[in-house]
Every structure is written in structure tokens, then in C-alpha cells.
Write a protein that binds this ligand. Structure first.
Ligand code: SF4
Length: 235
């Protein structure tokens, strides 16, 4: 008898609920659906790729520094494997990068790809970004206001999301943006520093190597140090 009474009461409750829903205004959301969309666990499981996509979405039409109005075609975000162990950082997009919306795809980028492959990796294994995401006119060096604004809005957040095991800065602009203005590329090249606990090794920019091919050997020595460091880190 108790079961039948409970069932009757359940059926009555259901009927009451259906008529309650029918009286609600358009757009009423059933309680279980609200619970699903508001679940805090979803934020905790966000992938690094999703984190980068969310970050970039905010700055697709960034106007935060003078480079926004100096002839850029588009904002060129970092690109590559969000779960990488190795992140390269260059200076800023050039003409090809500005046109195609990807970093390091011109001649210097092709040389960087060869260097990565000589390290027994593929380009898709690493992540490549720049200090400024918009092309400086005539490929000039970014001004301090441009570098400082962009690195704080984007580059440092990319590093926070990716958390690479090693960062390799390419050239003076990237080295100083990450390690400070008093660090000179000629002295710091090939040495390990630290940024937020991540080992950082500066080396020459591939564009410099195109003008000074004799320095390719020097850069290769630096890449060997990166490979050695990976071995140390995986012990
Ligand atoms: S360089 Fe960076 S901060 Fe400046 S407008 Fe482009 S995305 Fe924004």
C-alpha cells in the first residue's frame, strides 16, 4: 500500500511540475540544464589549446599599442603545439607573416624549421611566438611601449598557459623582453637563465643567420645545449 501511495504522490508531483513549466514564460530553463552549464568542473578541465584560443579571441582586433594603426594586415598570434616542451620566441611578424597570419613562415622561418628538424623534432612539436603580434612598419625593431604592452597582454600569458620546459629566445628583442633590458644577446647567447622557473636560452635570430651564415655553427651549439638540457630534465 505504501508503494502505491508513493507512486500516486510521484505521479501527482510530475503532473504539477508539467503544468508549472507550461505556465512559465518563454526561455524558462529546466533546473538540470542550468546545473550542467554552470558546472565548475568544466573550467578545471580546460586544455592548453582551449586556453590559447580563448586568449587569442580577446585580441583578434587588438588596439592596445601603436602597432594597431601602422599598416598591419592582421594580428599574428603564436602557433604550434600547445603542450610542447620547447617554445621559441622571436621579435615580430614580417611581411609574409603579416599577409598569412602565421609566425615564422618567411625565409627566416624556413631556416628555423630546418634547425628544429636538425634537433630531431618536427615544427609541429614546438610552439613559436613573437614579442609583438603586429608587424612593425618596414620591419623596424618594436618600440619599448609596443614590446612591453604586447608581452604583458599576450606573450607572458602564452607562457603561463603552455608552461614549456625550455624557452629559446631568438635575437636581442626577444631576449630582452623575457630576461630584461640589461641582458645583451652577444654575452648571454648560449647560456641558461630563468623566467618564472623555466630555463631560458638566448640564441641568434634566424634572420641574422641569413645575413651571417657563418654563425649557424654557433646557433647549432646552442641547440645542442637545449637537447642536453632535455636529457637532464627527464632524468
Ligand atoms: S602588437 Fe600586440 S599590443 Fe600592439 S596592437 Fe598588436 S596585438 Fe595589440
Amino acid at each position: 500500500m505504501a508503494d502505491s501511495k508513493d507512486q500516486k504522490s510521484l505521479s501527482q508531483k510530475l503532473s504539477d511540475y508539467v503544468s508549472f513549466v507550461a505556465k512559465q514564460p518563454k526561455g524558462f530553463v529546466y533546473r538540470e540544464e542550468r546545473t550542467k552549464t554552470a558546472a565548475p568542473k568544466q573550467a578545471a578541465t580546460k586544455t592548453k589549446k582551449q586556453g590559447l584560443e580563448e586568449l587569442f579571441c580577446k585580441y583578434v582586433d587588438c588596439q592596445a599599442c601603436p602597432l594597431a594603426t601602422q599598416g598591419r594586415t592582421q594580428v599574428v598570434f603564436g602557433n604550434g603545439n600547445a603542450s610542447t616542451r620547447l617554445m621559441f620566441i622571436g621579435e615580430g611578424p614580417g611581411k609574409d607573416e603579416d599577409e598569412q597570419g602565421l609566425p615564422f613562415i618567411g625565409r627566416a622561418g624556413q631556416l628555423l624549421t630546418k634547425i628544429i628538424e636538425a634537433m630531431d623534432m618536427k615544427r609541429e612539436d614546438v610552439y613559436i611566438s613573437n614579442v609583438v603580434k603586429c608587424r612593425p612598419p618596414g620591419n623596424r625593431v618594436p618600440l619599448p611601449i609596443e614590446s612591453n604592452t604586447c608581452k604583458n597582454l599576450l606573450l607572458f600569458k602564452e607562457i603561463d598557459i603552455i608552461k614549456p620546459q625550455i624557452i629559446c629566445t631568438l635575437g636581442a628583442t626577444a631576449t630582452q623582453a623575457v630576461l630584461g633590458d640589461d641582458v645583451k644577446i652577444t654575452k648571454a647567447r648560449g647560456m641558461f637563465f630563468s623566467f618564472k622557473g623555466i630555463p631560458v636560452i638566448p640564441t641568434y635570430h634566424p634572420a641574422y643567420l641569413l645575413r651571417n651564415p657563418a654563425e649557424k655553427k654557433t646557433v647549432w651549439e646552442d641547440m645542442k645545449k637545449i637537447m642536453e638540457k632535455f636529457k637532464e630534465l627527464s632524468v
